[in-house]
Every structure is written in C-alpha cells, then in structure tokens.
Design a protein around this ligand. Sequence first.
Ligand SMILES: Nc1ncnc2c1ncn2[C@@H]1O[C@H](COP(=O)(O)OP(=O)(O)OP(=O)(O)O)[C@@H](O)[C@H]1O
Length: 235
Amino acid sequence: MDNAIDLQGIRFGYRRAQTPLLVVDSFAVKAGEKVLLEGPSGSGKSTLLGVIAGTLVPQQGTVTVLGHPLTTMSGRQRDRLRADQLGVIFQMFNLIPYLSVIDNVLLPTRFSPRRRQAVLKTAPLTSAARDLLGRLGLDDPDLLRRAVSELSVGQQQRVAAARALIGQPGLIIADEPTSALDPVSQDLFLSLLTAETERSGAALLFVSHDDRLRSHFDRRVSLDSLSPASHSAAA
Ligand SMILES: Nc1ncnc2c1ncn2[C@@H]1O[C@H](COP(=O)(O)OP(=O)(O)OP(=O)(O)O)[C@@H](O)[C@H]1O
C-alpha cells in the first residue's frame, strides 16, 4: 500500500504574513508503521497533527493521507476522509462528558457509515465497543455504564483510544496529554494501543515528550529534523 502519510514542502503559519511556524521538507509514515514524534513544547507538533488531519490547510506544499491528496480536496471532502479513515486521540481527549463510555466509543460509527459497516461485519455495535475496551483494559461493566466525566484521566485516555480505533481507520494520530499520567501507566497504555494498531494494521503517529516510550515504536522523529533549516545547520 501507499504511505499512510506523505508531506512534501509544507509551510504553515496561523497568520499568513508572518514567518511560517511549520516548515517540513519531506515526511512520510508507511502504512502500518508506528512513529513517535518529539519536539519541545510550542514547536508545532499539534499543529502538524492538524495539517495531517486536514483541519489546518498549509499555505504551501502537499499533504497526502492514505493515498488521498488533502491539499486539493474541499473542506467537506477532508471532513469525510477524517470521519471515515482517521482515528484521533486529542490532548484533552474531547470526550462528550454526559454520554456513557460505550456511547463515546461508538460516536464515529454515527458519523461514518463506512466505520459502522466495518464494525457490523464483525459484531453488533455495543459488543464490538465492549470487546475493544476490554482489550484496552477497561472491562468493568459498571464503569462502562458511567458518564465519562466520572472516570479517571487514565481511564478517559483508554476511552479516547477506543473511540479512535473503532471501525478500523487506517491511521491513528495521538497527541499525548502532557504529564497527566505517570510513566508506568503511560507505558502500559502504549503497549495496549500499539497491540491494537498492529491488530488492525493502522499506522500510528504519536506525539510525546517522553523519550522513554520509544521502545514501542518503529522509529522516532524530532520535529526540528523535518525542516530544511535543520539540514543546512547540520551540514
Ligand atoms: N489556533 C492558533 N492560533 C494562533 N496560534 C496558535 C494556534 N494554535 C497554536 N498556536 C501557536 O503555535 C505554536 C505551536 O503550537 P502547538 O500547539 O502546535 O505546539 P506543540 O509542539 O504541540 O506544543 P505542546 O508540546 O506544548 O503541546 C505555539 O506558539 C502556539 O501558541
């Protein structure tokens, strides 16, 4: 298959007139590959994820995700691709507080008939959500009925992961919650998350400050190393 992500000649700034915040010469993630993205706070990692998710449009360059040329697609087409084929784990999780755990996990199947069908090929929706949560270490039936606002941060992170994974999207992008979890919990979470992406064949791009997590990944990349300036500085 093609690359899951392919970026070429990217320049992105929140304000057009200013020097671009993000300058990426070339960056690709292969189908099924697991990549750790590092960089100092404020360097533009979340911004890069926004460009890959198609919520931010670069002023220059091409973005291709799962073979789709985002930079020539309309906003509506990008929204459809995101709903159908991307699983996003946000830094603040963005769960719906008043919905149950199961209903949060099933949200993508409401917005994407494609993901709904992918789930229904294997099991009824609720049992598929329950199985997935179980594999991510959340199997207490009482907990699954609660509103997500009553869960711990670590539990919410697993719900967010299950929501990203449901319906087998080809690419998972994750913005690590900064310092919300202790290293042991984060290590366990990564083991479970990568087991699931391997199972579904999805590529994973995971942002973290924590270099100790690198053993879970095929490769780690620093955001600085992606800009042309860093190549000439290194030369
Ligand atoms: N919507 C926005 N409008 C204008 N500037 C923004 C916006 N979002 C982020 N920025 C700025 O862009 C820069 C990069 O932010 P970004 O969140 O991408 O960094 P980051 O590397 O993910 O940081 P952290 O590791 O702290 O999460 C910061 O200076 C930030 O203030």
